[in-house]
Design a binder for this molecule. Structure first.
Ligand SMILES: Cc1cc2nc3c(=O)[nH]c(=O)nc-3n(C[C@H](O)[C@H](O)[C@H](O)COP(=O)(O)OP(=O)(O)OC[C@H]3O[C@@H](n4cnc5c(N)ncnc54)[C@H](O)[C@@H]3O)c2cc1C
Length: 486
């Protein structure tokens, strides 16, 4: 099968492009190395939809941040991912902080961020965040900043693409790409694919993918430098501590650690920035780094109860060597090969704007973009735990499995878990179910519901016990049978 466009990578960049292209009469395939969407950086970040005052005016990051954050705001009710426009503060206490905060305000105004406000007294800041450090005297308030569930946003975009005809190949690592005439031959671990255009959205591996097609001209590639950021995720009893996203004033050493509520009412603290990573896929956490995150977060909010920590995790930024911006362009060396590279923060906030940008590049190249009739949005199901009492009663009446709670911490029902296994991009692993339903996200981190989800996956997908994975393909949980054969 020859596709018009093959997209490599199903993080937020690839999924957003798939979403936008699914509005047109094009044959599109998404090729993903892992067994699900949002398996790399897109699942491990702060989940902030940035207002757009941080990137330097005139950069791609600035333009796409403003466009993307507005699009996310518009898409939230259509796609039903968790999103909340809670605003953000950049807090400061010294005269130097004050100068940086003023600079961010000016950048924001130049970038077109709406509603920015400088708070110039301790009282003004503490009225918004009573629990922050009493030394804080200044802040930049950005009411348009928001928080979202990054994997839900990515999934909703990818599932919409799939119901509108885009093919999704999972567990299909791209091993080689050769351009023959006007067609790309793409070798994957699941077979070969042909396409007229390739869009490279491979995150920290975008340089490796580009080198495949450059062949002997591999020295013309850009270089991605992985940079890890680590986090604390605290239980819901700490979620009340802040109401907005609280950033520290950036310094020459970095952007500082943020403290924010999550859309699921937890508290998140992080990240640091560590270039000393073992590999581009190194998502281990290091004691000295999480200690740094903890002490930095306490500088902003002194009474965080770290005893309520439920998880440490990390994500890896795809920073470009020698360029503090995204690199989005059609290759000069290989026509019709389009790179979306160096997609570091605010890549999540840009999300849907990447799709628009891909359409602009294809249109400029003369690709015929005829709008498809009958395009429809895929709405993620509403969590049972978020339903009103009346809605819960009606749901249980329609399907009694809404009455069987599998995850006690997050009140996730069997009906929701089954729906996730039969959705347009079905969950096939325990963590796949977790990202779609929240089962296992709570205080016990799947200790109680994990075995039950395991059993449901085995039964629904007719899988042998050693093929039910926790996360990536091969992350086996059981290696031998019980006496009962399970
Ligand atoms: C610590 C941290 C905090 C952040 N916080 C924020 C934030 O709050 N707000 C914000 O806007 N942005 C944030 N970001 C940035 C944001 O998370 C990224 O910009 C975004 O997730 C990048 O998405 P992506 O799709 O480009 O890459 P990824 O999500 O990494 O996706 C790339 C995909 O390509 C696939 N792939 C790789 N190689 C191959 C291959 N050979 N064959 C097939 N597939 C392949 C991978 O498996 C992966 O699924 C943060 C990033 C980090 C690390």
């Amino acid at each position: 099968m020859r596709y018009d466009v093959a997209i490599i990578g199903a993080g937020i960049t690839g999924s957003s492009i798939a979403f936008e292209l699914s509005k047109y009469n094009l044959k599109v395939v998404v090729i993903e190395k892992e067994n699900d969407v949002a398996m790399k950086t897109t699942k491990a970040n702060s989940g902030i939809v940035h207002a757009g005052y941080d990137p330097k005016p005139g950069t791609l990051m600035a333009r796409l941040n403003i466009e993307g954050s507005q699009l996310i705001h518009e898409l939230a009710p259509k796609l039903n991912f968790h999103y909340s426009q809670i605003g953000s503060l950049v807090i400061g206490s010294t005269e130097e902080d004050h100068a940086v905060i003023n600079e961010l305000f000016n950048r924001g105004v130049a970038n077109g961020v709406k509603g920015l406000k400088l708070l110039k007294t301790q009282r003004e800041v503490h009225l918004i965040e009573p629990n922050i450090n009493k030394d804080i005297n200044y802040a930049l308030y950005a009411p348009s900043a928001a928080i979202c569930s990054p994997w839900e946003l990515c999934l909703a975009l990818a599932e919409t693409a799939v119901i509108n005809g885009v093919e999704f190949m999972r567990d299909s690592g791209v091993d080689d790409i050769t351009k023959k005439g006007d067609v790309f031959e793409i070798k994957t671990s699941k077979g070969d694919v042909e396409a007229s255009y390739v869009i490279n959205c491979a995150g920290t591996h975008a340089d490796d993918i580009y080198k495949l097609v450059l062949k002997e001209k591999a020295d013309k590639s850009f270089t991605i430098l992985p940079c890890k950021g680590e986090y604390y995720l605290l239980d819901k009893d700490q979620g009340y501590l802040v109401h907005t996203v609280v950033f520290q004033t950036p310094t020459k050493n970095g952007k500082g650690v943020l403290v924010a509520p999550t859309v699921h009412k937890n508290l998140i603290c992080g990240p640091n920035a560590d270039f000393e990573v073992a590999s581009k896929d190194d998502t281990g956490t290091v004691q000295k780094n999480i200690d740094y995150v903890r002490s930095s977060a306490l500088q902003s909010v002194p009474n965080i109860g770290f005893g309520s920590n439920i998880r440490n995790f990390s994500g890896v930024r795809a920073t470009l060597k020698g360029l503090d911006d995204f690199l989005i362009e059609e290759s000069k060396e290989v026509p019709h090969f389009i790179n979306f590279a160096g997609i570091k923060s605010p890549g999540l906030s840009c999300g849907p704007a990447f799709g628009k940008e891909a359409v602009r590049i294809l249109a400029k190249d003369g690709v015929k973009l005829a709008e498809k009739e009958g395009f429809k949005y895929y709405r993620l199901p509403t969590f049972f735990s978020n339903m009103s009492v009346k809605e819960k009663e009606e749901a249980i009446k329609k399907d009694p499995l809404f009455g069987r709670v599998i995850c006690r911490c997050e009140t996730v029902t069997e009906a929701e878990i089954l729906a996730s296994i039969h959705s347009p991009i079905p969950a096939t692993t325990i963590d796949g179910v977790k990202r779609r339903t929240n089962a296992g996200m709570g205080r016990c981190q799947g200790g109680f519901c994990g075995p039950k989800v395991f059993q449901i996956l085995m039964d629904e997908l007719h899988l042998p016990f050693d093929k039910v994975y926790q996360d990536v393909t091969g992350s086996t949980i059981c290696v031998s049978e019980t006496k009962e054969g399970k």
